[in-house]
Write a protein that binds this ligand. Structure first.
Ligand SMILES: O=P(O)(O)OC[C@H]1O[C@H](O[C@H]2O[C@H](CO)[C@@H](O)[C@H](O)[C@H]2O)[C@H](O)[C@@H](O)[C@@H]1O
Length: 258
């Protein structure tokens, strides 16, 4: 642990939410968001850094929690598996895709309207510097981190495309996504909890973004606990950690306390 990260870890218990107790993962099923929770937010989606420490931590959690660990991300399963390997269960695309620990997978068909939406967003971004279009199997992301003044214009277009296609708008950190409706992170967590190895264990979900609130609400409803990563805000999470560094420190400590 570095001094800086340890200081951040210790100072997180303000804003009404405390740092989670280190024994929280005992008899728990653990669900982890990816961007902003396990890796720092980067300027571009392909700019995130996944190092040996994170890969080792995820492997150790999977092993020591007898497989009761899943990544629950807005990214596609293939992207998460590319970063963290195949040894962990994954829900991708904001709950639309599911991959269980035994390798079973479930995902809906890609909607035909996505190709048209992709083309319209690319055309929009090509004319405006700083915007970036992310193609995903069940959605399209329009990132405005490099052009924040264009947010309102981007929102207007994305809203119009949602009305035209019936796709749903998913807002995130400096991103607007159009994606197939009908799932969210809370539902993905409930699906995992229906069967082995997750069923019967208290759910803990760690996330940072507004898209993670569905997960916090779901675990709270089932008697588990959410952990918000980052600044305090109105939330259904019960605990808070200050940032990615303190989250990795806490996970290592919690794993050692199993
Ligand atoms: O549910 P998550 O695992 O948190 O994924 C949410 C979205 O994360 C990615 O976008 C965000 O992270 C990027 C890299 O740090 C950043 O550049 C971007 O501004 C953020 O919105 C990813 O690109 C999306 O597909 C995910 O839905």
């Amino acid at each position: 642990m570095t001094d800086t990260v340890t200081a951040e870890f210790r100072s997180a218990g303000d804003g009404g939410l405390q740092v989670p107790p280190v024994d929280l993962l005992r008899d728990a099923s653990l669900f982890l968001d990816f961007d902003g929770t396990l890796v720092e937010i980067a300027h571009r989606p392909d700019g995130v850094l996944v190092d040996a420490r994170l890969r080792a931590l995820v492997s150790r959690l999977v092993q020591d929690m007898n497989g009761r660990v899943a990544i629950v991300s807005g990214r596609p399963i293939a992207a998460i598996a590319g970063y963290l390997g195949e040894g962990v269960a994954i829900s991708g695309s904001h709950g639309l895709e599911m991959r269980w620990p035994d390798g079973r997978e479930r995902a809906p068909e890609r909607p035909a309207t996505l190709d048209m939406v992709l083309a319209r967003l690319r055309e929009f971004a090509d004319d405006r510097e700083g915007l970036l279009v992310e193609e995903k199997p069940l959605g399209v992301g329009l990132h405005y981190r490099g052009a924040e003044s264009l947010e309102a214009e981007a929102r207007e277009l994305v809203g119009r495309l949602a009305d035209e296609t019936g796709l749903t708008v998913q807002s995130g950190k400096k991103v607007l996504e159009l994606r197939l409706a009908g799932a969210h992170k809370g539902e993905a967590i409930r699906h995992f909890l229906e069967g082995p190895p997750f069923a019967g264990f208290r759910p803990v979900f760690i996330g940072d973004d507004v898209t993670d609130e569905d997960g916090f609400a779901a675990v709270a409803h089932i008697g588990g606990a959410g952990i918000l990563v980052g600044d305090a805000r109105p939330t259904d999470a019960r605990y808070r950690l200050a940032g990615v560094g303190s989250t990795l420190d806490w996970l290592e400590a919690a794993c050692a306390a199993l």
